[in-house]
Design a protein around this ligand. Structure first.
Ligand code: SAM
Length: 363
């Protein structure tokens, strides 16, 4: 992006009518979603001059409207948009201030570039603050602690997980969780447990994020081990799924789990964070997910389950849908594809596609 995202954001808003920032941002959004021919000429000029896509403006720039004032100010000092978004995702103002502290001596200047290394420092601090904030996983007033081998022990279950009927499930929308967090709804997790370990067992989640699955599993008598490249909770280990069994994690070894869950980033999210073209586009993505399945696969006992979760990503005039590719990937890996569940938020805003594979039992 050729110029400061904040300057571009203001230029875009200035190119449409509206009495305040909210109205102007809404006008930009609807112009970008509408027919190209109907776009106001000043807006077209700014867009063409900046050389950015509509998707970039819709997904990345317009959300600046909801940024906290100090995060915007940090952008004026040159904080890159991706890091600003990360800091803005920290709910606690004190924690946000701590993450931004390395910028204290940098003077605001439109279009400024930060001294080398400072953005990376803020990013590291923001991730640490987010990890701390999310690690408030409490159950019955007690902090969640791990056993010596890194497993999260189940609580004594008071109920069996509820099994929704059929293969199309509905659930109420998850409130207060940003869509980008990709967190699964606890009811969807409960349904998955009912399908795989209804009376308890052991589950490994290799893309655990903030550890939603482990926290639900715990309530239903399921012990869990959670890992992620970027852990979002204290009980989630920093681990690469692709090399899990060679990565020196004492609690994870051959046949220790009844269920393995892989919930990889969607293809657009993966492509955004990597040089997708250099990594082979969709094929590169599928290779990466295949490694995330095969890396930890030996940890599942014969007859155990492999749960692969994805969702379609819909954007204006574009849909990314990888479900059938991922189903093929499971069968190519030698798993029996035993189930396919679509879990839909009843307000219609979310739909998860869940593939259930099974490790064959040797004759
Ligand atoms: C869609 S999110 C998972 C969300 C999680 N199931 C929840 O409910 O909070 C995908 C996660 O995969 C992680 N990830 C991507 N590549 C990975 C890899 N090779 N090994 C481990 N985790 C990875 C990302 O850091 C991200 O947290």
């Amino acid at each position: 992006v050729p110029r400061s995202p904040l300057v571009l954001y203001h230029d875009l808003l200035a190119a449409v009518p509206g009495e305040d920032e909210t109205a102007r941002a809404a006008a930009v959004r609807s112009a970008l979603r509408g027919e190209a021919d109907a776009m106001p000429a000043p807006l077209r000029t700014v867009l063409e001059g900046a050389g950015v896509s509509r998707g970039y403006v819709l997904r990345h720039l317009l959300p600046v409207r909801g940024f906290a004032p100090e995060v915007r100010e940090a952008m004026q000092r040159g904080l890159p948009l991706a890091v600003a978004r990360l800091v803005n995702g920290i709910a606690d103002a004190g924690a946000r201030a701590r993450a931004l502290a390395p910028l204290a001596d940098v003077a605001p200047a439109a279009g400024a570039l930060l001294p080398r290394g400072l953005a990376a420092q803020v990013e590291r601090m923001a991730r640490a603050e987010r990890g701390r904030a999310r690690a408030t996983a409490h159950r019955d007033g007690r902090a969640v602690t791990l056993s010596d081998d890194g497993w999260l022990a189940a609580a004594r279950p008071t109920a069996r997980p509820r099994r929704p009927r059929g293969d199309v499930w509905t659930f109420p929308p998850l409130r207060g969780v940003p869509r980008g967090a990709e967190a699964l709804h606890p009811l969807v997790v409960e349904g998955l447990l009912a399908r795989t370990v209804p009376t308890g067992g052991r589950l490994i989640d290799v893309t655990a994020g903030a550890g939603t699955i482990a926290q639900v599993a715990r309530r239903f008598g399921v012990d869990s081990w959670s890992g992620d490249l970027e852990p979002g909770a204290e009980f989630v280990h920093r681990a690469d799924a692709r090399t899990l069994l060679v990565g020196g994690h004492p609690g994870v070894g051959p046949g220790v789990a009844d269920v393995l869950v892989i919930h990889p980033p969607t293809y657009p999210a993966w492509a955004e964070h990597r040089d997708a073209a250099a990594l082979g586009g969709l094929d590169g993505y599928l290779d990466d997910v295949a490694d995330m399945v095969t890396g930890p696969l030996a940890a599942v006992r014969p007859g155990g389950f492999v749960v692969l979760i994805t969702r379609p990503v819909r954007e204006p005039r574009r849909v990314s849908l990888t479900t059938s590719h991922l189903a093929q990937l499971l069968t190519d890996t030698g798993l029996a594809l035993e189930g396919y569940v679509v879990a839909v938020a009843d307000a219609g805003g979310e739909d998860w596609h869940v593939l259930l594979g099974r490790v064959p039992v040797a004759d």
